[in-house]
Design a protein around this ligand. Structure first.
Ligand SMILES: Cc1ncc(COP(=O)(O)O)c(C=O)c1O
Length: 439
């Protein structure tokens, strides 16, 4: 009886949260699921809703939970730091911010060395573009179609998904080259006989839509919101040469792909063997503590003229959280784990693809994987309704997954980097059952 009453109480609390969410938050803050999941607490790879249901989390708060929810190795250090020194702003240096910056200089590729900290991926991309314009003296920026850069006006201009651009966006000085989206090649070619023609579109874009001198090229190494789009292995090397020819800096947006997500390497761009001039990070960098990073080579960073400030950027608590997250990734060898478990996961997803014609494409790297769902493998007509249904079925069986893609038909899978094969088996079993239940 007591249990039943608790259930009623939990249901009432859930309804109350949903009612207030509707009443007091912007409607653009949309939730997943017909009956949104009201989260209550989480630990490791699991999340519990307010009614006590447990879920295996394969989306990690949009690729942000990198070392497991509420990891005590991270939260313990955060708690100590909150009691010691919570905030100073950047006008006083502290040990925490320099320790993080030093660590980042060590783990980021090439000559990246000097960091600017802010609060989100949006600000990180803003900072990178601002710095590129100051340091090169050029204005034009080339980004990619299907890319996502965030919530500010500039980030929305860089973004190339119509629904995210409905804010009176004026993209002066920003052009978009075609996406290296092999499954739906915008040039109607096939890899590898295409000769990676999409990379050369960056040059066409520069020559036809810019002044001919660019400040930067900015791209995600794997387009996440765009639907886990993985460029061909030659792509970024070709683009890098073009970017340099026209005076630009190469900015690697690692907001989703950074900090071990893609397996084996710390950052996505390392798989393409390109050394960026700047790199941006956020999300998984601090395992859920709000953070943004723009790291640049010393000469690029020194090109920032004038003054700027980010009140909370590199806050001691955030810095400790990020450093602790990086240390867990190092100590527990999670780059290897993401590679090993990621490859296992990928094989299992490909087995599902053999079984269900709805799965048109399986793609990704490490523990960032995607399934593109189509009504017909020949026509590749997107299946957004089935995507939503699959998410509902998985949720009903205790698995959280995400979605993306311009057509809303890509399932996005990104569990914490410290999961094991058993978690993959559990997720695959739920997905198998859920696919089987679709009409
Ligand atoms: C690749 C990429 N860049 C930038 C952003 C913006 O980050 P934030 O939401 O932290 O502002 C996102 C967010 O999803 C992203 O995926």
């Amino acid at each position: 009886m007591a249990k039943k009453n608790e259930g009623i109480k939990a249901g009432t609390r859930r309804d109350e949260v949903l009612r207030k969410h509707k009443e007091y938050l912007f409607p653009c803050i949309t939730n997943y699921y017909a009956q949104p999941l009201v989260a209550d607490h989480a630990l490791g790879q699991h999340v519990w809703d307010i009614e006590g249901n447990r879920y295996l989390d394969f989306f990690g708060g949009i690729l942000t939970i990198s070392v497991g929810h509420c990891n005590p190795k991270v939260t313990g250090k955060i708690k100590d730091q909150v009691d010691r020194l919570q905030h100073t702003s950047t006008v006083y240096p502290n040990e925490q911010i320099v320790a993080l910056a030093e660590k980042l200089a060590e783990i980021t590729p090439g000559r990246l060395q000097k960091s600017f900290f802010c609060n989100s991926g949006t600000e990180a991309d803003e900072t990178a573009v601002m710095l590129a314009r100051m340091s090169t003296g050029n204005f034009d920026v080339v980004a990619l179609r299907h890319g996502y850069s965030g919530h500010s006006m500039l980030a929305k201009s860089l973004t190339a998904h119509a629904p995210y651009r409905r804010a009176g966006i004026v993209s002066v000085g920003i052009s978009h080259a075609v996406s290296p989206y092999c499954y739906r090649c915008p040039l109607h070619l096939t890899y590898p006989s295409c000769g990676v023609a999409c990379a050369n579109d960056v040059e066409d874009t520069i020559r036809t839509t810019t002044s001919g001198n660019i400040a930067a090229f900015l791209a995600e190494t794997i387009q996440g919101v765009g639907g886990v789009i993985v460029p061909p292995k030659e792509y970024f090397k070709i683009v890098f040469t073009i970017v340099k020819k026209y005076g630009g800096l190469f900015i690697s947006d690692e907001v989703q792909t950074g900090f071990g997500r893609t397996g084996k390497k710390w950052f996505g761009i390392e798989h393409w063997e390109v050394e960026p001039d700047m790199l941006t990070g956020a999300k998984g960098m601090a395992n859920g503590t709000p953070v943004g990073l723009c790291i640049a080579t010393p000469e690029v960073a020194d090109g920032f003229k004038g003054m700027t400030i980010s009140t909370f950027g590199g806050n001691p608590v955030t810095s400790v959280a990020a450093r602790a997250t990086i240390e867990v990734i190092e100590e527990e060898k999670l780059l290897d784990n993401a590679d090993r478990v990621g490859n296992y996961f990928r094989r299992k997803l490909e087995e599902l693809q053999q079984k269900y014609p709805l799965i048109g494409d399986v793609r990704g790297m490490g523990l960032m994987q995607g399934l593109e769902l189509v009504k017909d493998r020949k026509t590749k007509e997107p299946a957004p309704e089935a995507t939503v249904q699959l998410m509902e079925r998985c949720r009903a069986h205790g698995l959280l997954i995400g979605k993306g893609g311009l057509y809303g038909n890509v399932i996005r899978l990104a569990p914490p980097l410290n999961i094991g094969k058993g978690d993959v088996d559990e997720a695959i079993a739920v997905m198998d059952k859920s696919f089987g239940e679709l009409n």
